[in-house]
Design a protein around this ligand. Structure first.
Ligand code: LLP
Length: 432
């Protein structure tokens, strides 16, 4: 198991999460079950919040990227801690507003927002709409005209940086569906266009270079490119954009061998780069936003399953099947994502078997992990998959009409349900 201060092994040899025995949680709430450690989430948020005091003299704000895991309780926690929120759909916005999250601290993203979503965001008074394509500019301007309001907007810029991560989750390079490209002049054209409209207030430039990134260097490079862009915009248009959003993307630990950069080093390196460029160009240091998602909830989450069938194919592999699968965690099927797996009721025993953990969906590719080291599994064991807090529940589906699991929040030995397990009635609720 990797080093995660939320996890431990108790005297029964059981895995504990946030002070709760994982086997007891599985018995009490059933499996599959998502478990989240509130302390771990708070620690991550507070570390980001503190680092803005330290490196930007409080002139900055971390915005939790709620796509990583969005539900009412997460939005309440973010509100309580003073975080901002990045939403990418009407559904995420609705969830945040339903618990009274302050609209002005929400940024609305999306490469293809529908007119309904734009109207909803404008009427709700979100802090900023992040413009990601040309056609939405006219929609926003016309709706503002109708509503008699102005909109604060940000422009998503593609800085042309190739971060070393999975092809599907890197976004800063030129060939991406996201953002306006600097190299071919699109980014300058869109600035000119936005400046010509009377209801749009150009407040910010935004970039996001990808996800699960371990190196500091691409983040620093992106910050420098964006500062160069701010300078160039000032030169060409005489306008100084004073807010800069550097997106999310900080990697987390999935395996014991993963060694993510200490985010303090990242914050310092990026802050140094931003300050140096501001001084060099005689620009004000912009107000900085970042949008961490995975690094806030990822390592706070564990998924618990019950082992059902075990199928050994001699000379080939041993399948250990669990009562969930790609319906609650599609990341191995989609990205070949790494995970650490263990038997929660045998956490003190050596992981000396090598198995493939399979889900229960009717699909050969429904695997959670292949050729992974775990303790010897038996039917009825509780299997734990670590670091599942981000992009698991939020990417879950009802494939095979499997109900989505509950989410239980643990904190210092106490547990509470924050998302109920779906029932079969929930599954057919919208069928007519
Ligand atoms: N900001 C923007 C504009 C983004 O597109 C994203 C992620 C984030 C922030 C948050 O990035 P994070 O800090 O979580 O890396 N489903 C994939 C990840 C997709 C990320 C999409 N955008 C996965 O499971 O790995």
């Amino acid at each position: 198991m990797y080093n995660n201060d939320s996890l431990n092994v108790n005297s029964k040899g059981h895995l504990t999460i946030g002070g709760c025995d994982a086997v007891d949680l599985a018995m009490q709430y059933g499996t599959p079950l998502y478990v989240l450690d509130e302390k771990k989430i708070e620690q991550a948020c507070n570390a980001y919040l503190d680092s803005f005091k330290k490196y930007y003299n409080s002139k900055g704000l971390p915005m939790y990227a709620s796509k990583a895991l969005c539900c009412k309780e997460l939005c309440r926690i973010m509100k309580r801690l003073g975080m901002g929120l990045d939403v990418v759909s009407g559904g995420e916005l609705y969830t945040a507003l339903s618990v009274g999250f302050p609209a002005e601290k929400i940024h609305f993203h999306g490469n293809n927002k529908t007119p309904d979503e734009i109207e909803y965001a404008l009427k709700s008074g979100v802090g900023k709409i992040v413009i990601d394509n040309l056609s939405e500019i006219d929609i926003i301007e016309n709706m503002c005209e109708e509503l008699g309001i102005n909109a604060n907007v940000s422009l998503r810029i593609t800085p042309g940086i190739d971060a070393h991560t999975h092809d599907f989750i890197k976004t800063g390079q030129i060939d991406s569906k996201f953002g306006f490209i600097i190299e071919n002049g699109d980014a300058f054209d869109v600035v000119q266009k936005v400046l010509e409209y009377s209801h749009l207030r150009l407040k910010e430039f935004h970039c996001h270079i990808g996800s699960q990134i371990f190196d500091i260097e691409p983040f620093v490079h992106a910050a420098e490119v964006m500062m160069d862009f701010i300078k160039e915009i000032k030169n060409r248009f005489g306008v100084t954009v004073e807010e800069l959003n550097l997106g999310g993307g900080f990697g987390i630990r999935y395996l014991a061998t993963d060694n993510p950069t200490d985010f303090e080093n990242y914050m310092k390196a990026v802050s140094d780069a931003v300050h140096a460029k501001a001084a060099e160009y005689g620009l004000p240091v912009p107000f900085i936003f970042i949008e961490p998602g995975r690094s806030i909830v990822g390592e706070a989450g564990v998924t618990l399953y019950t082992v059902g069938g075990i199928k050994n194919i001699p000379g080939i592999r041993k399948y250990v099947s669990v009562d969930g699968g790609m319906s609650d965690n599609i990341r191995y099927a989609l990205y070949g994502a790494d995970y650490t797996v263990l038997i929660a009721n045998k956490a003190d025993l050596p992981a000396d078997d090598i198995v493939t953990v399979a889900g229960k969906c009717c699909e050969s590719g429904d695997l959670i992990q292949e050729h992974t080291h775990i303790q010897s599994a038996q039917v009825g064991d509780i299997l734990a998959v670590l670091s599942t807090g981000a992009y698991n529940y939020s990417m879950a589906s009802n494939y095979n009409r499997i109900p989505r699991p509950a989410i239980v929040m643990v904190n210092d030995g106490e547990a509470r349900v924050i998302v109920k397990r779906e029932s079969y009635d929930d599954i057919i609720a919208n069928d007519v």
